[in-house]
Design a protein around this ligand. Structure first.
Ligand SMILES: Nc1ncnc2c1ncn2[C@@H]1O[C@H](COP(=O)(O)OP(=O)(O)OP(=O)(O)O)[C@@H](O)[C@H]1O
Length: 624
């Protein structure tokens, strides 16, 4: 017990170090691996090196070593973009896997962004590792031998490091557009390559006209501001932001392992142990936001991506609510229908514990296959969330059931995590006994699953509807005719040297140009904005004739509304613990592509309505 408390405090302390200290200027680190010496081996071996910095990782080509000469030339180099003075360059040398059935490609240099310090080779053996902090590598030029630690400690590497700083502004012209990888309510996400460094990123391109029409300028600014302000291992990092005449662009870490939504669809359910791993990483990310007065409000499988090591990465901070530290309730109705807490539906005001309700829902969904209060009819689903009894699948453990029950307490004041210590309360639950939180935060615990990719441009985990059938957007294309005053609404979004910040808790929102602009649409616009919906309380449902939350049709990974059951009993032998009459599709082992197409088709079908409703509901004049 004491060990658990100690661990939990330690990880809280370590969490604090992730408050980002962003650099004033654009910086780059050129890294060259010149040679290696001190290797011990009895027969020829193949080795490769993985170098990581700020969620970007690069794997060198493999080197075959057959003689025992003292120093072996390597001579490989590449460049990293450096954004923060907290950065650490981590280098690890691996002996390549020797199994005959290894199908990893070790013969080409690969950008295996992000955070994949173990490389693509799950079977490799660590020869040694080295960490060089910003304070060392930012000394402009280094040319020296470094001793590796771990593995065989007689090994050293000769490195040349050269650090440069420039005032150059990054613009859309600094990138090559490779593929579209995602589609959101206001635009799309593209895989891009930065021309000078060759690094891969995900560029989120948001159409300004859509943003104005849907009254969502404020949300885009909030997302950019929070991503710039904070850096956390389980939250996507923002590298650059800028605008063109037509679009707002955010250049993010590229998270290549796909959505958790896809991974759960593949496996139908997760074991409790697997779910514990994901849930606990999500807890650290959400706890971190809460600690900084931010409610996330949109926890769902689609906003949880998997990096190439199999760790979680939270994306889409557009619905975050800031400055909630004073405990004042907020009223805006937003979120995704499966995950909204009862107090959001009733409009009675809510606080940060809505995220813990969503966590309970997510956890239940991971181990049961569907959210606990699921219905295909959103109105009915709201009713279930408000009053249906909670039932569990038969094989659930006592601790898991207890955790879910405590998180899904309909009284927000009694919900686990609602106390002053927030996430610490949840960490102390027996379900997490023996979990080393500090190792988890440092990504030192092996994830239950690692995505397998064969190269940097392997997009197997992305929706083929996007990657194959759609063209990447070009933010330079001018499709809209925004007036000068419309354009004013986006002032301050672009990257510029002084705009990058030294943000910390005290400078906060007001520093530099990162101000939150009014999201009021310009009255001169030809397209009228959607009228914001005021906080809906149970009293005015009758007046509006609307359901409490007018969400669009919902999706769930295991519900295929097109599927017809073909095994005679009508439900494939599967019974939802809550709703025995609800049908679940027959589990089918489909090839990756068609399975993805199948699940994403359903999702995309409802995406535009869903997002539109969500954002309309997210906005109200007095509470954003
Ligand atoms: N950093 C990233 N790396 C890889 N893929 C990403 C990244 N960010 C987003 N994506 C993909 O693009 C999709 C849409 O991204 P995101 O949710 O941020 O956009 P949005 O416009 O805010 O969407 P929504 O309509 O759900 O609010 C994600 O579900 C994911 O599949």
């Amino acid at each position: 017990m004491l060990k658990d408390i100690y661990n939990s405090l330690l990880s809280k302390k370590q969490n604090e170090q992730w408050n980002s200290v962003m650099l004033e200027n654009q910086a780059q680190l050129f890294f060259s691996l010149k040679s290696i010496k001190g290797l011990k081996f009895e027969e020829p071996i193949k080795i490769y090196c993985v170098t990581s910095l700020e969620k970007q990782s690069i794997q060198t080509s493999t080197l075959t070593i057959s003689d025992h000469s003292n120093t072996i030339e390597w001579n490989e180099g590449y460049t990293f973009d450096v954004m923060s003075s907290n950065s650490v360059l981590v280098l690890s040398i691996w002996q390549s896997c020797i199994q005959n059935n290894c199908n990893h490609n070790h013969d080409q240099q690969m950008d295996i962004t992000p955070n994949n310090i173990k490389g693509l080779n799950n079977n490799g053996k660590l020869i040694g590792k080295l960490s060089i902090p910003y304070s060392t590598f930012s000394r402009q030029y280094l040319d020296q031998w470094f001793q590796l630690s771990g593995g065989n400690n007689s090994t050293s590497v000769h490195l040349k490091l050269s650090f440069t700083n420039s005032n150059k502004k990054v613009t859309v012209n600094d990138f090559v557009f490779l593929r579209m990888i995602g589609k959101g309510a206001f635009g799309q996400v593209n895989l891009v390559k930065k021309i000078d460094t060759g690094r891969l990123y995900a560029m989120k391109i948001i159409k300004k006209d859509r943003c104005l029409d849907m009254n969502a300028v404020g949300h885009t600014f909030t997302e950019r501001k929070l991503l710039k302000k904070y850096y956390h291992p389980f939250i996507v990092g923002l590298k650059y932001s800028f605008q063109t005449q037509d679009s707002l662009c955010m250049v993010l870490d590229y998270i290549g392992g796909g959505e958790l939504f896809y991974h759960i669809s593949e496996r139908e359910t997760f074991s409790e142990e697997t779910a514990r791993f994901y849930i606990s990483q999500i807890m650290l990310a959400i706890g971190f936001l809460h600690e900084h007065g931010v409610i996330y409000r949109d926890l769902k499988l689609e906003n949880l991506l998997m990096d190439l090591d199999g760790n979680i990465c939270l994306v889409d901070l557009g619905l975050c609510k800031e400055d909630v530290q004073d405990g004042r309730p907020t009223y805006t109705m937003c979120g995704s229908p499966e995950y909204v807490a009862p107090e959001i539906i009733t409009g009675t005001g809510y606080g940060r514990s809505v995220d813990w309700w969503a966590l309970g829902t997510l956890f239940y969904e991971m181990i049961a296959g569907l959210p606990p209060f699921y219905s295909e009819d959103p109105h009915e689903m709201s009713q279930f969330i408000l009053s249906a009894p909670l039932k569990f699948p038969p094989n659930i453990s006592k601790n898991a059931a207890s955790l879910i029950t405590l998180l899904l307490n309909r009284d927000p004041a009694k919900r686990l995590g609602s106390g002053d210590s927030d996430v610490e309360e949840i960490k102390a639950h027996p379900f997490f006994r023996n979990l080393n939180w500090s190792k988890l935060l440092n990504k030192e615990i092996d994830p239950p699953f690692k995505p397998h990719l064969i190269g940097p441009l392997d997009l197997s985990y992305f929706d083929p509807v996007c990657t194959i059938h759609s063209q990447p957007a070009n933010p330079n294309t001018i499709n809209t005719n925004l007036s000068e005053s419309d354009q004013m609404a986006f002032q301050g979004f672009s990257y510029s040297a002084p705009d990058i910040f030294i943000y910390n808790n005290t400078t906060g929102a007001g520093s530099a140009n990162g101000m939150m602009l009014s999201n009021s649409p310009n009255p001169s616009r030809s397209t009228p904005p959607m009228s914001p919906v005021s906080p809906v309380s149970p009293r005015n449902y009758n007046n509006t004739g609307m359901s409490p939350i007018n969400f669009s049709p919902v999706h769930s990974p295991l519900v295929n509304r097109n599927s017809s059951n073909n095994n005679g009993n009508g439900n494939g032998g599967w019974v939802h613990p809550q709703y025995p009459n609800l049908q679940q599709p027959i589990p089918q082992k489909l090839p990756l592509l068609s399975k993805l197409q199948e699940s994403t088709f359903e999702r995309r079908r409802s995406l535009s309505v869903n997002a539109q409703t969500q954002f309309t509901l997210a906005l109200s004049p007095d509470d954003e």
